[in-house]
Design a protein around this ligand. Structure first.
Ligand code: UDP
Length: 635
């Protein structure tokens, strides 16, 4: 309590201390002097209203389409709509009129609001409730920016990098604007001509993708100072680009070069065919399409694996798999993903994410699917409203995002759920559980998007999409994504994404030289239930973070496994299981112990490809000098 007050936060939701610290730093609104002016509960209210206010437009749409009035609804006093909310309504109204989903003037709409009851208030209250309960949390920019000046609500963006100086520097400018608002950017650099290729206008030579990436990296560093949070980037280069070997080897284990980038090699099936046939890859000049060099596929593969072993980069993205499942091929092919790889996007597309906290849905040792269904439906609707409530940093991004209305609903707290059910992460039962909850999410969110299409309109890019071919009307071209939930899982105090626990107990070094023991609450409960909890045991566990070498109740030992004890194969299997029922991608780090071999990494990469994942990233413990999370104190 004292510490929360010291931070200036009135915690009306009884959050964890780490959650309060996180909210204090960048989420809760502050006045000119930097004093916090809202409670966490008020923050969720602010978000619910600035997103849910667009429900007014959809009630108006229903009225225009079918003459339906929400007789049981409430009337919203127009005088109660504050300027930031009015701004959201005006912007969204204009777009919906331009897209021919609404007609008439804004004054006519306001007249409707003044005279007819609507469902908006009810929906806003429900949005607020699922967030206050920590059952659902939207991605960080939504909480930071809703109702604030930037108003930018999405986490993920992909920007194209065409092969001209003017276009490259446009992309840089857009990147800066996105990072300022807390969004992350992904780029494919595959269209840039190779190093030493000709520059027509000056008769000079080109410097190539890797040197251009350095400018994007520096922009990130500079904007970091004033932005909402550390900007992150994904850099992708296709396997047949002439500079591919420079790209693969571009990062270092000290993480001093391109430190704001994750990098991935863009793979297609052709690469693996060549690898299996022990054949050569022809490297093609993207400007002319001509082959300029060739390299053994095996040599490239081994270099990728060795670098990933040393530095955790590069990962792979599987472009054929991604495009096979791209529902809007009619608009464009996908060449890139967002920084953490979970969100493949078209050039200039953005996506807003949100995650459901599974640990809140275990009741008496069972999953409460009824409540889960309600929360999935509400949060799908919430995310669709975000598309309209959003203030986009660049016009082209607005246009593309509104065309596809991509949203990404996912999960966090999956490991907590398994622990509460007594299921070890590395087991067939865990895979079955993953399959059950993810297929449920996919089905229910699709059904909700279909209902929304019925109520509202199909997404504008639906005409010509695979959904039109199948005769399925959808409001959103995708509905599901498994995000890393790095920050929002701290806010919700649950395990992140679908990852296993990293450590059962660890010692956190706090500023004044003090040490603070943090113990996973499910672990603590389980030990206390068996009457085997003790301080001594906790100190012993905190040395490594796991129970590997500790003599303790075998049942507990089996269930409470941590990331490094889990065979990489289980990590990949879990990723592939969730991917089967996911429209977009799955954020997953395949954690390996520090003594893992390059061959272990090769196996994981290959398995991910064979199991139809959309991408893969590995992380060998201690392979980077500046590691954020250590398990235990023994490091
Ligand atoms: N992201 C970013 N900078 C960060 C963290 C995240 O740009 O410091 C972006 C990035 O696109 C990432 C996405 O946000 O893939 C989702 O990350 P996460 O789920 O961890 O975000 P959260 O909503 O928990 O803050």
């Amino acid at each position: 309590r004292d510490e929360k007050e010291r931070l200036g936060v009135k915690d009306d939701l009884k959050l964890s201390i780490n959650a309060v610290k996180t909210l204090e730093a960048r989420y809760l609104l502050k006045d000119e002097e930097g004093k916090i002016i809202e409670t966490p509960g008020q923050m969720f209210r602010r978000v619910a209203i600035h997103v849910g206010i667009v429900e007014l437009l959809y009630d108006y749409m229903k009225f225009q389409k079918k003459g339906i009035v929400a007789e049981n609804g409430k009337k919203i006093p127009v005088s109660g709509i504050i300027p930031t909310q009015m701004e959201v309504l005006k912007r969204a109204f204009t777009h919906l009129v331009n897209e021919e989903q609404l007609t008439g003037t804004f004054e006519e709409f306001m007249n409707f609001v003044q005279t007819k009851p609507t469902t908006a208030m009810d929906t806003i209250d429900k949005y607020e409730q699922i967030m206050r309960n920590l059952e659902y949390v939207p991605n960080s920019p939504t909480m930071m920016n809703a109702g604030a000046r930037l108003g930018q609500l999405s986490a993920c963006f992909v920007l194209p990098v065409p092969d001209s100086i003017e276009d490259i520097f446009d992309a840089l400018k857009y990147q800066a604007m996105i990072h300022k608002s807390g969004g992350g950017t992904g780029f494919s650099f595959s269209r840039l001509r190779a190093k030493d290729d000709l520059v027509g206008s000056t008769k000079g030579v080109a410097s190539g993708p890797v040197s251009f990436m350095k400018i994007f990296d520096i922009t990130t560093d500079v904007i970091k100072q004033g932005g909402k949070r550390r900007g992150a980037n994904m850099g992708i280069l296709k396997f047949d680009h002439p500079d591919i070997m420079d790209f693969i080897m571009s990062k270092d284990s000290e993480n001093t070069i391109l430190s704001n980038f994750n990098i991935s090699v863009g793979m297609t099936d052709e690469f693996f065919e060549k690898l299996d046939a022990d054949d050569y890859i022809e490297l093609r000049n993207p400007r002319t399409g001509k082959t300029v060099n060739r390299i053994k596929a095996r040599t490239m593969w081994e270099t990728i694996i060795n670098k990933a072993w040393q530095t955790a980069d590069p990962g792979l993205i599987f472009l054929d798999e991604i495009n096979k499942r791209n529902p809007v091929k009619n608009i464009a092919d996908i060449e890139a993903t967002n920084p953490c790889g979970e969100q493949p996007l078209l050039p200039y597309e953005s996506c807003n994410l949100g995650s459901i906290n599974l640990s809140k849905f275990v009741k008496d040792g069972e999953v409460d699917y009824e409540r889960l269904r309600e929360v999935i439906r509400l949060s799908t609707r919430f995310l669709d409203d975000v598309v309209d409530a959003n203030k986009f940093p660049v016009d082209k991004i607005e246009e593309m995002t509104r065309k596809t209305r991509k949203i990404g609903l996912g999960y966090m707290g999956f490991a907590d759920m398994l622990l509460m059910l007594g299921i070890p992460y590395n087991s067939g039962a865990a895979l079955e559980m993953g399959e059950k909850v993810m297929s449920f999410l996919q089905e229910e969110s699709h059904m909700e998007s279909e209902r929304l299409a019925e109520e509202r309109f199909v997404f504008p890019g639906w005409y010509g999409s695979t959904y039109q071919e199948q005769g399925i009307k959808m409001r959103n071209s995708t509905t599901t994504t498994i995000a890393p939930t790095g920050t929002i899982s701290i806010i919700a105090n649950c395990s992140s994404s679908i990852e296993p626990l990293f450590a059962l107990a660890f010692v956190r070094h706090v500023l004044n030289g003090q040490e603070l023991m943090e113990i996973n609450r499910h672990f603590e409960n389980a030990l206390k239930n068996k009457n085997i909890f003790s301080e001594d045991l906790m100190h012993e566990v905190a040395r490594t973070g796991n129970l590997h070498e500790i003599d303790v109740d075998p049942e507990i030992k089996k269930v409470f496994v941590t990331a490094h004890e889990i065979d990489p194969e289980w990590h990949v299997l879990m990723q592939a299981t969730f991917q089967r029922y996911c429209d977009s991608g799955v954020s997953k780090t395949i954690n390996l112990p520090s003594d893992a071999s390059p061959d272990d990494i090769a196996k994981a990469y290959r398995l991910a490809k064979d199991l139809h994942c959309k991408g893969i990233t590995v992380y060998r413990d201690q392979s980077k000098v500046q590691q954020v999370l250590y398990s235990g104190t023994k490091s």
